[in-house]
Design a protein around this ligand. Structure first.
Ligand code: ZN
Ligand code: ZN
Length: 136
């Protein structure tokens, strides 16, 4: 087991892959519910207001946004971003990338998978003949 430093409280703990200690993880889950409820009631509140009203630290909210667990609807309205696309640096509402970059990345991944298409030309099939008949 590795001893890692918690990214929030800086306390060393025995990590199992994550960088958040069990106490902070528990707090984060509570914060998630608090913030989610608040955003549900106040759809266009920005992060400063959310943090103030819910008493959840901003960095916890940002962490939850990056994990894709929360969506910040105020991004479009205020113009000011809290989290940014890791590729084009555009302000985004949730996750790590904007929609456009996500599409680009997944199409790059698609192209890198060899032989994804069924090899129709390789096998002589009777279905080709039936298609030809239907055409007439
Ligand atoms: Zn911690
Ligand atoms: Zn982007």
């Amino acid at each position: 087991m590795n001893i890692v430093q918690c990214q929030f409280c800086r306390k060393p703990f025995a990590g199992l892959g994550g960088r958040t200690c069990p106490e902070c993880q528990e707090q984060m889950d509570k914060d998630f519910i608090t913030v989610r409820e608040y955003i549900y009631e106040n759809k266009h509140a920005n992060i400063d207001v959310i943090s103030e009203e819910t008493e959840v630290p901003k960095r916890h909210i940002i962490h939850l946004l990056k994990e894709g667990r929360l969506i910040l609807n105020s991004v479009d309205d205020s113009g000011g971003g809290v989290i940014f696309c890791e590729v084009c640096k555009k302000p985004i509402k949730t996750g790590r990338m904007c929609k456009e970059c996500m599409v680009n990345v997944s199409s790059v991944i698609d192209r890198n998978i060899p032989d994804r298409r069924p090899q129709q030309s390789a096998r002589p099939s009777s279905s080709d003949q039936s298609v030809a008949k239907l055409g007439k």
